[in-house]
Structure formats: C-alpha cells, structure tokens
Design a protein around this ligand. Structure first.
Ligand code: F0G
Length: 461
C-alpha cells in the first residue's frame, strides 16, 4: 500500500550549518537607525532570516562541493568548461555556449551586440538589470504583461504570460526591423515570480516567426517555470520536468541565465544561442570584459558546480519541495489577512504593502516601511519593490509614487526549513494585528542612480 503522507519535508539532510544572527529588538532598532532605514546597509550577521534575494544565496549539494574540488583551473580549454558546455547544450539545444560571471554580464554583452538607439526590445517583463542594460545600449525596453498580471488579488495559473496581441500591435507600429529581440522572462520576476505557460511561449514563438524576430529566454528560473507547467497546464502532468524544460528552450533561438538562481550556485551564468554571427561578436566582448571564452569570468570550479546544479534542479522531489514551500508561506500570510500577489510565486512571496498599510500615504513609502517593520520586529529582511526602487522623481527631486508597493520575500534555495517559514508567518501575524503602529518614512538623501541601494530615510513624525 502506498501511503499519502501530507507533511512536505525538505528532501535533503544537512551536512554543514551556519549560525543565524540572533539579536534583540533593541539591537535591531539601533541597527535600523544606523542604517538609515535602508536594509541594504545592514550587516548580514544582524539578520535572522534573510529573504532579500534568492540569487546566489542557495546551499550547494555535497555533489557540487565535490565538483568544486575537482574543478579544472586551466586558463584555456579546461575540462570543467566542457562539462559546463555539454550540460547546457544538452538542456537547451543551443550550439554556442558562452560562460559569464552572472546574468547581467550576459545582458551587457548581448545588448552591446544587438541593441542601440532606435531599437526596441519586447518582453513579458524585463527584469531591472535587463531593462538597464537595454537602455544603456540606447534601445528601449517594452513590457507586455498579460491582462490580469496586475490584478494581484485574483489568482490565475500563468500570470507571467505575455500579452501577445499587444505585442503584435506594437511590432506593426514600430516595424519588425527595429525590434532585434523578444525576451520571455521565465518565471516573471518583476511581476511576482509568476510562470509563463507553454501555450503562451508557443504563441510568442509563432508571433516572432511571423515577423522574423529572434526569441530568447531570460531563464534564471527555468526549472521552477517548467514545474509550474507540469502542475498547472493541461497535458503536462505526466511529462518529466526535464522534458518540459527542453521543450521551452526548443521554442527559443537563445537564452541567458543568471546561474545564481536555478543552477543552484553562488555565482555564474551563461549566454547561449545558435546565431553564429551574434555569438562571434559576443565572444569578442566577452574577452574584452569577462575573460577568455572557456571561462568568462568564472573559476573552473564554478563551471563544474553549475553543470551539476543544472541537473540537480530538475529533480522533481526538489521542485515539489521548492514550489510547495513558497506556497506554504503565501498561504500562511493569507490566513493572517496579509495581501499578496496571489498565487505565490516560484521563488517567493510578494506582499502588497499598499493594501496592507492603507494608513501610510503613497508619498511615505509603504513597502519600505513594511520591510523595516519586518526587520525591527522579527529580524527578517525582505526587499522593497516600490517608489524607492523605481526611483521616479519630479523636477524638485521628490519621489513619485510607483504603480506598486510590494515587499518581496525571496526564498534562498535549500537554506531554510519549515520552522523558519513558520516563524516568518508568526511575525506577519503579529504585524497584521499591530499594523497601525507602523509609521511611514521620508527620504533624507538619495543619489540619482539606483537610489534604493543607498538612500537614507527616517520615520515621519
Ligand atoms: N534576470 C532575472 C529574471 C533576474 O531575476 C536577475 C537577477 C537577472 C536577470 C540578473 O542576474 O543578478 O546574476 O546579474 N535577479 C536577482 C534578484 C538580483 O534578486 O531577483 P544577476
């Protein structure tokens, strides 16, 4: 007889541990004041549960640490590079594999090759660094999220999808020759870590074929996306996740990846494609800024760990635990009446701070205020995605309210256990009861570029 146990357990045992930063509320108040209410300025050792990002913060497996020891550090033609290349070719089917030190390096190189003034890059949603690199090249980054993606309260299975009709309208307006690339970000990080369906990917592919526009995946979280397809899309329940992932890549002409997410490593990335002209130009840029084409800014051991991580991440027991733990956090918050982007994403939960804290006005950074309260009361660090991060300002330098005020609770991979998550839920329960006491913030000083990293704030009187 097959038991159907309900408890979802972490599908690993722990071989190596690191102490958490345990502090008192008084400590944290001092830390917060010294950091000017900016959580980027806090030493990590003063954080208890760090949900700032899921990028590069995961735990590697014993097999990956083994790979670290056997990594080949040859400058050119290292064995580890060929392991890396073989793994990526096997998964994605792309012939040209270019290692880079992280995702944004791939973006800088790619848009250096294909971007430029007068061009447009179209996407379901560009991640911030993607947008910044597109714009740095002189091109414009245009987002076409699916209808309903911004209706945070209403669950839907594939809120990461692109609005294909809106994309087509734009292509006709601007002319396909001015659009060198379409990018599908899987999962869609900017809008809640929501997945893209295979049907939508196929639709985008058909659109791109019709207009002769190459399609790339920004595949930082491709395995989480593939698992959501297995769970939620008709016809995929019986398919192995690896096969679904391969199918996703088959629909595209290329991809880039921040390996710091679904390759389960602390540093690394790649750019891969079939276009020989683009890849030759990209390798020239690579040698200029990252390193020789068989290491691209990484150590041989990093390449080895990525090759192993790309296999491990497609283990369905791992993915089941991964997606289930984000859902568990989301469900826990909803039970306390905390509004989130519903359903929870693949790599974490996004709290709708504007809705949670209606007493904090739009000019008083509700999401940053919530992120600070979460740290003060519970030692938990999330990240603001709101007026401070978007950083739009009027002529007088005053911040303008953003379209959304979110706090992202991103979950590092294989790092925290269910009791850590229970603790986060408990802290939110307390905050929900005592939220009237959370005060808004005002900016004292902030730089012009990327203000959220170094802005100084204080509570409003
Ligand atoms: N694309 C997506 C979808 C990302 O989420 C990120 C990074 C990048 C590209 C850039 O990769 O950091 O390796 O240079 N996201 C991190 C985050 C920073 O916290 O969501 P990178």
């Amino acid at each position: 007889m097959q038991h159907n146990w309900k408890t979802i357990i972490e599908p690993f045992k722990i071989k190596s541990v690191e102490p958490l930063g345990i502090t008192t509320r008084e400590d944290r108040l001092r830390v917060l004041e010294a950091a000017h209410y900016n959580l980027f300025n806090i030493k990590a050792e003063k954080v208890l549960i760090d949900l700032l990002t899921d990028s590069g913060t995961g735990a590697m497996s014993a097999a990956q640490w083994g790979g670290i020891m056997t990594g080949d550090e040859s400058y050119a033609g290292a064995r580890s590079y060929y392991n890396f290349e073989r793994e990526i070719k096997g998964l994605t089917g792309f012939d040209e594999v270019i290692p880079v030190h992280q995702g944004r390096a791939a973006e800088k190189i790619l848009f250096g090759v294909i971007g430029g003034k007068g061009k447009y890059i179209i996407s379901n949603s560009h991640f911030d660094t993607t947008r910044a690199n597109v714009e740095y090249s002189g091109a414009q980054a245009m987002d076409f999220p699916a209808k309903g993606a911004l209706d945070f309260d209403k669950p839907a299975p594939f809120k990461g999808n692109a609005d294909i009709a809106a994309m087509e309208k734009f292509i006709r307006e601007k002319g396909a020759k001015n659009i060198p690339l379409c990018v599908m970000t899987v999962t869609n990080n900017s809008l809640g870590g929501q997945p893209v369906s295979m049907e939508n990917l196929k639709g985008v592919q058909a659109l791109c074929l019709k207009y002769g526009i190459p399609l790339f995946l920004d595949c930082a979280r491709f395995a989480e996306n593939a698992y959501f397809i297995k769970l939620r899309e008709k016809g995929y329940a019986q398919r192995p996740v690896r096969e679904i992932a391969e199918k996703m890549f088959e629909l595209a002409d290329g991809a880039w990846m921040s390996a710091k997410k679904d390759a389960l490593v602390n540093m690394g990335g790649f750019l891969a494609m079939n276009n020989k002209d683009w890849s030759a130009k990209a390798r020239q840029m690579l040698i200029l800024t990252e390193g020789f084409s068989t290491y691209g800014g990484l150590a041989g051991r990093d390449l080895e760990a990525i090759a192993i991580g790309l296999r491990e991440v497609l283990d369905e027991n791992y993915l089941h635990y991964r997606i289930r733990s984000a859902a568990y956090l989301g469900e826990g918050l909803l039970k306390h009446g905390v509004p989130i982007i519903n359903p929870p994403g693949g790599h974490g939960v996004y709290v709708n701070a504007r809705k949670f804290l209606p007493h904090i006005g739009p000019g008083q950074f509700p999401a940053q205020s919530l992120a600070c309260a979460l740290y003060l009361e519970g030692g938990i660090r999330g990240v603001e995605i709101g007026s401070l991060m978007f950083g739009r300002r009027d002529a007088g330098g005053n911040f303008l309210p953003a379209a959304m005020e979110l706090v992202r609770l991103a979950m590092p991979r294989r790092v925290y256990t269910q009791s850590h998550i229970d603790y986060v839920i408990e802290v939110f329960g307390w905050l929900a009861k005592n939220k009237k006491g959370i005060k808004g913030l005002q900016v004292m000083e902030a730089p012009a570029i990327l203000p959220h990293f170094s802005a100084k704030l204080k509570p409003v009187k």
